[in-house]
Design a protein around this ligand. Structure first.
Ligand code: ADP
Ligand code: MG
Length: 243
């Protein structure tokens, strides 16, 4: 359902992604690990054109966009295939939880307001926030804000949810409840690409683990392959340090 072909990204002279190729099947949970500064966030951002790649093709849900020749319409269509969960939640501070979650339904999908609010409510109930519907982000804990962030991504109806270190900014006490929501999504076979340092989550939940370093995919495989039997020295060294 997702195909990334010969993707590269440069910031001026700095080559951050170099010849990235991978595919993700519908319902698959892919976890990306690797040292910081390696291009993981840039890769996720290129998948929905928050950053424009320098070259290569990104295809999601039948919408293919070539970095070197594309239209704005194609980019808009590609963006609708995915939704993002950010490290710092990026909620609208002046909107309540239910308004944050229903926003894309109303503006992007033109869902009638009442219906959008009903859908948003049921998603917020799903992530355990039935008693916080009308709370503003500043009135919520970090864990609750991030669950609103995930609910918002679920409401956006994309094919895939992209998570960029969704628990890194959280106080330790809130990490588990956010991982639990992600685990529930995995059980429901929501396609996900997750950049994380939570190795336990990667081992338990991922169908596939991608190890990135220096702008390359060094190695990918099942959690068992990557964590128990890594082939490359660099993967071995990273995994040893991370576990
Ligand atoms: P990771 O998420 O693996 O930590 P990033 O994708 O954030 O890595 O960053 C990879 C490299 O790209 C880093 O050297 C970073 O400084 C650089 N970089 C990221 N975004 C930009 C940008 N907008 N402009 C210039 N350099 C950037
Ligand atoms: Mg990052």
């Amino acid at each position: 359902m997702i195909k990334v072909n010969k993707l590269s990204k440069k910031f001026d002279d700095l080559s951050v992604l170099k010849d990235i190729n991978f595919e993700v099947n519908k319902g698959e949970i892919v976890v990306i690990i690797g040292p910081s500064g390696t291009g993981k966030s840039t890769l996720l951002r290129c998948l929905n054109y928050l950053e424009t790649p320098t070259s290569g093709i990104v295809e999601i849900g039948g919408v293919a966009v070539d970095a070197q020749k594309h239209t704005n319409k194609q980019v808009t269509q590609l963006r609708q295939q995915s939704s993002f969960v950010f490290q710092n939640y990026s909620l609208f501070a002046n909107k309540t939880a239910i308004q944050n979650v229903s926003e894309s339904l109303i503006t992007v999908w033109k869902t009638p307001r009442n219906e959008a609010l009903q859908t948003a409510k049921s998603i917020l109930i799903n992530v355990g926030l039935e008693d916080k519907l009308d709370f503003y982000p500043s009135q919520l804990s970090g864990g609750q804000q991030q669950r609103v962030g995930i609910a918002r991504a679920m409401a956006a109806k994309g094919e895939v949810i992209l998570f960029d270190e969704p628990t890194s900014a959280l106080d330790p006490e809130w990490v588990e409840e956010v991982l639990a929501v992600m685990q529930q999504l995995a059980i429901e076979k929501q396609t996900m690409i997750v950049v994380t340092h939570e190795m336990q989550f990667a081992r338990e939940v991922a169908d596939r683990v991608i190890f990135m370093e220096g702008g390359y995919i060094v190695e990918q495989g099942s959690p068992e392959q990557i964590f128990e039997h890594p082939e490359h020295e660099r993967t071995k060294a990273f995994v040893k340090r991370a576990l």
